[in-house]
Design a protein around this ligand. Structure first.
Ligand code: ZN
Length: 303
């Protein structure tokens, strides 16, 4: 099911892909980089700086799980100087790259850079999904690997600016390392290690920082839980004294609110950073991750 939310920030992107980055400062000169969803576009913009223009193929407000490409975007995948994507996550992108006959010379497949984890039990294979969990970007350590790959590839394509790419990559890597340290430190001692999330996006984050994810929906946010699954989650929330049910920006909060209402828990937003929305248009990957950390700290009573 395609979920569309108000997408004022996405309109310009939808109309003129080439003029569209995923944030302020996007421009159309330099190397054209097509990134298949927001966190990858963020890295490309940070590392590429003024020497690239980045098109995010998943417009703001759209769930990347549901991505369908317009013909113009298929053209962008064909023509871009560099395509950054994650295989087995967005079938439309995999198809477009296959059709364009692009190889690893000028593409970066993030799924090949990081150690993929299997989906939570029972989530594999549904709706044609692959068996691996795609949400690799929610572990800052994985984003460091993406940063280095983008630096290396941009430097190979555009050696004249290799020094600038190295400087930019060092700056971003330093910020990602600081983010990783702040998560490890803040989440070292928590009253509960379980987090109840809208969809199973937080497996890499919870694995990295010693937490356990209990997703209400599956790995695809459009999969809705059965009544039996809801009852199991509701019981678990009561038993484990979970204070907060996490909702997210791009997915309807109705089911999370049902669980919260039945258990007396609160709801709070935990952002899987699959894309920006009108509400988060002024944020970026780093600020959203910092917000995620502070809501987890509060919900789980971490000291
Ligand atoms: Zn997801």
């Amino acid at each position: 099911m395609k979920k569309k939310f108000p997408v004022l920030v996405g309109l310009a992107c939808a109309l003129v892909l080439a003029a569209c980055g995923s944030g302020p400062g996007a421009k159309t000169t330099g190397i054209q980089v097509a990134a298949s969803f927001y966190p990858l576009a963020f890295v490309a913009e940070q590392v590429g700086g003024t020497n690239v223009s980045v098109a995010n193929l998943t417009a703001p407000g759209i769930e990347p799980h549901d991505l369908e490409l317009k013909p113009k975007q298929v053209g962008a995948v064909q023509d871009a100087g560099l395509v950054i994507f994650e295989s087995n996550f967005q079938a439309a992108i995999d198809d477009a790259i296959g059709q364009a006959g692009r190889d690893s010379k000028d593409t970066i497949d993030v799924a090949k850079l990081v150690k993929l984890q299997p989906l939570p039990a029972g989530e594999g294979g549904a709706n044609g999904h692959a068996e691996d969990d795609p949400h690799v970007w929610l572990d800052p350590v994985n984003m460091i690997a993406v940063t280095e790959a983008v630096r290396a590839k941009l430097s190979a394509i555009d050696p004249a600016h290799a020094t600038a790419y190295r400087t930019n990559a060092t700056v971003l890597t330093t910020k990602l390392k600081a983010l990783d340290t702040s998560f490890s430190t803040a989440l070292a001692q928590c009253a509960t290690t379980k987090i109840v999330t809208s969809h199973a996006a937080f497996g890499y984050l919870t694995q990295r920082y010693g937490l356990e994810q209990i997703p209400i929906a599956g790995v695809d946010p459009s999969n809705e839980p059965s009544l039996a699954q809801l009852a199991v989650i509701t019981n678990l929330v009561r038993k484990d004294k979970i204070t907060t049910i996490f909702t997210e920006e791009l997915v309807s909060p109705a089911i999370a609110e049902t669980v919260a209402g039945a258990t007396g828990a609160k709801t709070a937003t935990l952002d899987p950073i699959e894309g920006l929305s009108d509400e988060t248009a002024h944020e970026n990957y780093l600020t959203l991750m910092a917000k995620n950390l502070s809501v987890i700290e509060k919900a789980n009573n971490c000291s």
